[in-house]
Design a protein around this ligand. Structure first.
Ligand code: ZN
Length: 129
């Protein structure tokens, strides 16, 4: 089973949302920009005024890679690492789940994979046509 995510003060809201099955990102109040990964300050206007926005979980595969090395800790075999572009315009590195290999441009949807300590991490699965 996957190891728990490492939580810090700035990322706790994200991992707590994942554990509830909610997919979120930070949103700048003054300029409305969304950003990920979590950080204290808007990367555009440097404001500290932020809120948490719910994301659709819909995305497209931009790239992917299969690691050629022994499986990472907690995995039977190394996961397929994907780069997705979310419907809201953010990019995220995550893992692919599914029987087939991903294709660039595949429509995917977020799901939450449980971790060994009872938390969850976002992963992406192909949307069936
Ligand atoms: Zn801003």
């Amino acid at each position: 089973m996957r190891p728990d995510p490492i939580q810090r003060i700035d990322t706790a809201f994200f991992w707590e949302a994942c554990a509830r099955g909610e997919f979120v990102a930070q949103k700048c109040e003054p300029c409305n920009k969304l950003w990920h990964p979590p950080r204290p300050m808007c990367p555009d206007c440097h404001s500290l005024e932020k809120s948490v926005a719910t994301l659709s979980g819909n995305a497209k595969v931009l790239s992917w890679v299969r690691q050629v090395r022994p499986a990472s800790y907690g995995f039977q075999e190394s996961p397929i690492v994907i780069l997705v572009e979310l419907e809201e315009g953010l990019r995220m590195v995550s893992n692919w789940i599914g029987e087939t290999l991903p294709q660039i441009g595949d429509d995917v949807k977020v799901e939450f994979a449980p971790t060994s300590g009872g938390k969850a991490v976002p992963v992406f699965k192909k949307v069936s046509a």
